[in-house]
Design a protein around this ligand. Structure first.
Ligand code: SAM
Length: 281
């Protein structure tokens, strides 16, 4: 198996991807960073041997964490991305002309620099967009002190191990809620509930204590193995109820040409399987 990358994120389940060509493999100040080529997924970025993103399927993840809250909100101008070092999330947020300012808070400058060089198809120039402010800091520390006023906050974190752990705490969620403008929406990556049910339950418990509308929505991303991934959704507004026709109008006006997102998928993503409903406290 020496020419395969094995991701052992879970105690009884692993996935393997063929290492067709390793392009980079080194330690940053925070984590072990690797990029390799794979015949199915193109270039693959791993941190501590856990898949973060791939050229092949990243659009599903990035579109669902950006277009869903931004089009549901309907007038999002100020967006904050926590994590997101590969630039894929910034790329999708900046497709919205309505967005005037994006603050991206990434703990690891190494991921950003590296992604610019080895994964330019992820950011597609987003780091050069004048609407983007890049802050190199711990997202939890930033959220504690920011003046906020964000219409949408997107947590594009690693799993709750290592530097990403603080981004799954009640304290962080509380600070993020305070940083939202009225009607603002917080969305989070919450793992694959078939394998990481506890992670979703913990986030949902915190969200239910903080927000009038707390739930999750889902999408299947092939390299996040084990079934559909859950995205946390928290807001005091009513944007989850935005009618399909309104989403269709906003989608057409935004001029997007997504790989995965449609307004119909947007609405359907909030329909949860019974085993996921049981994860919600
Ligand atoms: N979607 C991926 C997944 O779940 O596999 C994760 C994407 S990757 C862009 C996540 C980013 O979060 C990494 O660049 C990592 O450096 C960053 N990160 C981890 N902990 C962080 C923290 N406390 N503050 C800010 N960024 C953090």
């Amino acid at each position: 198996m020496s020419d395969w990358m094995q991701e052992k994120l879970h105690p009884h389940h692993a996935q393997a991807l063929k290492l067709d060509r390793v392009l980079y493999d080194s330690e940053t100040d925070h984590q072990r960073l690797k990029v390799f080529e794979n015949g199915t997924f193109g270039r693959v970025l791993t941190l501590d041997d856990v898949v973060q993103t791939t050229e092949g399927d990243n659009a599903i993840y990035h579109e669902m964490l950006t277009h869903v809250p931004i089009l549901a909100h309907g007038a999002a101008k100020r967006v904050c991305i926590v994590g997101g070092g590969d630039g894929g999330m910034a790329r999708e947020v900046l497709r919205h002309d309505s967005v005037t300012h994006v603050t991206m808070v990434e703990i690891d400058a190494g991921v950003v620099e590296f992604s610019k060089e080895y994964l330019p198809t992820l950011s597609q120039g987003a780091f050069d967009d004048p609407r983007l402010s890049l802050v190199i800091d711990d997202g939890a520390a930033f959220m504690k002190t920011t003046e906020g006023g964000f219409d949408v906050i997107i947590v594009d974190s690693t799993d709750p191990i290592g530097p990403g752990e603080v981004l799954f705490t009640d304290t962080f969620y509380g600070h993020a809620k305070r940083a939202l403008a009225p009607g603002g929406i917080l969305v989070t990556q919450n793992g694959v509930p078939f394998l990481q049910a506890e992670e979703l339950t913990n986030t949902m418990r915190a969200f239910q204590a903080l927000f009038a509308d707390a739930t999750c929505y889902m999408a299947t991303i092939p390299t996040y193995a084990g079934g559909p991934m859950a995205f946390g959704w928290g807001t005091d507004g009513t944007s989850r109820d935005t009618p399909l026709e309104t989403l269709q109008d906003r989608f057409a006006a935004a001029g997007l040409d997504p790989f995965y997102y449609t307004p119909e998928v947007h609405k359907a993503a909030f329909a949860l399987p019974a085993y996921v409903v049981k994860c919600l406290p």
